[in-house]
Design a protein around this ligand. Structure first.
Ligand code: ADP
Ligand code: ASP
Ligand code: MG
Length: 405
């Protein structure tokens, strides 16, 4: 018998009818003589709603209590799905992350999985049950519940597939696979048949929400092949796999964007060792991820240091920078709240020149100003004003002819 991990995202279990639809798909898979492990997310926008509620009570809630709160969303889904499967006269049992043997580290709200002991899952599978596991959660060394970062149910699914040596890991969502860009923004976007782990990782890091970045790291590390596919349609999805011959023929495979970005500049700090270490050390201590960094050429022995962060961290970052800025005798802090990062991604860039230049020319033809640039071997990313993001994505999708196969 094969073991299959099926993961259903929040939009797939947003209401009772959708839960019933998922139950039918799961039972079908079970009837095809598979051991089935299902991972589910919280219904619809429940996680966002819970975060909002917590912030209405308190500006910076305790991270332990935040995890206690957020983990409840996934528990709603596992229980409802289990009931819906029982209604179809099939055996199913719901397990929280801790019950499923998912162990996590101390970092509340962004914990890493440290190990999985899947004995209980295996025992339930042997009894003939479908096992439904709450995504996005584990138990930490203090015996407290810990969550795995936003989008963390993808990570639960991939890690379970690796631990169980599953034959398949299927990620079911509200689109039919991974597209050349977000199909909600560009209707001409085309579904990809396959994409490499490295490309998907860059896309996820560049803001494409379809898969959580860490889940792709784990999939690559353990060689878990993933299929992203539709919860509602039967068509074949997109395979996320190791790079294979021929993938490099495509220079740019997708456009990703992240509208949740802000740009900060520390103005006029001394041009001497230790300044950047101090600024970014303080931000790191507050768990603020810094993305692009640019240091201007020194003038009069002072520098401006600009960088981007997630907009959700802006308030916290500004209060830290005000303090550090004073100590470092900076000439001030400037902030551009609403910027976006637009990225082109493709393994083919490794062996082709002129890709970045084409991106810059496309944006220039659209009269879109590029505020920052960063590159990797398979990605070029530009920061632009948020209101120009959609125009930039559409123009790049057209310029690189991503609608054509
Ligand atoms: P789930 O709730 O199933 O985890 P998500 O909302 O996290 O689903 O991810 C699916 C969404 O990702 C899609 O609805 C789509 O709008 C968005 N998305 C962004 N970029 C892409 C892309 N390149 N291909 C497919 N979907 C994308
Ligand atoms: N419910 C969590 C979130 O919204 C985890 C997930 O959906 O993967 O981030
Ligand atoms: Mg998701």
């Amino acid at each position: 018998m094969k073991t299959v991990v099926m993961k259903f995202g929040g939009s797939s279990v947003a209401d009772v009818q959708k839960v019933q639809n998922v139950a039918r798909r799961v039972v079908e898979k079970k009837k095809a003589k598979n051991h089935v492990v299902v991972v589910v997310s919280a219904p619809g926008d429940m996680t966002d709603d819970l975060i909002e509620k917590a912030h209405q009570l308190c500006e910076s809630p305790s991270e332990r209590e935040m995890d206690m709160l957020l983990s409840t969303g996934e528990q709603v889904s596992i229980a409802l799905l289990s009931m819906a499967i029982h209604h179809l006269k099939a055996g199913a049992v719901s397990l929280t992350g801790p019950q499923a043997g998912i162990y996590a580290d101390h970092n509340h709200t962004r914990a890493k999985i440290t190990k999985i002991l899947p004995d209980k899952i295996q025992e339930e599978l042997r009894k003939g049950n479908v096992v439904i596991v709450a995504g996005f959660q584990g138990i930490n060394p203090n015996q407290d519940i810990a969550t795995l970062g936003r989008g963390g149910s993808d990570l639960t699914a991939v890690a379970l597939a690796a631990a169980l040596k599953a034959d398949a890991c299927e990620i079911y969502t509200d689109v039919s696979g991974v597209y050349t860009t977000d199909p909600r923004i560009v209707p001409e976007a085309r579904k990809l048949d396959k994409i490499s782990y490295d490309e998907m990782l860059e896309m996820a890091g560049a803001g494409s929400q379809v898969m959580q970045a860490r889940s792709i790291e784990v999939a690559k590390k353990y060689g878990v092949e993933l299929q992203v596919r539709s919860t509602f349609l039967k068509e074949e999805g997109t395979w996320i796999i190791e790079e294979v011959k021929g993938m490099e023929d495509v220079i740019v495979s997708s456009i990703a964007f992240d509208k949740n970005q802000s740009k900060l500049t520390v103005l006029g700090v001394e041009d001497r060792p230790g300044i950047a270490a101090r600024i970014f050390g303080e931000l790191a201590e507050a768990h603020i991820n810094v993305d692009m960094i640019i240091q201007s050429a020194a003038q009069d022995r002072t520098n401006d240091i600009s960088f981007t962060i997630a907009r959700t961290d802006l308030k916290k970052a500004l209060s830290i920078l005000k303090e550090v800025g004073k100590e470092l005798k900076s000439q001030g802090i400037s902030c551009e709240e609403k910027v976006a990062k637009v990225s082109i991604v493709g393994v083919g860039m490794k062996s082709h020149a002129g890709v970045a230049a084409k991106m810059f020319k496309t944006l220039s033809d659209e009269k879109i100003n590029i505020e920052m640039i960063s590159t990797s071997e398979i990605k070029v990313a530009c920061v632009v004003k948020e209101f120009e993001c959609q125009q930039a994505v559409k123009a790049l999708h057209k310029a690189f002819e991503l609608h054509k196969k």
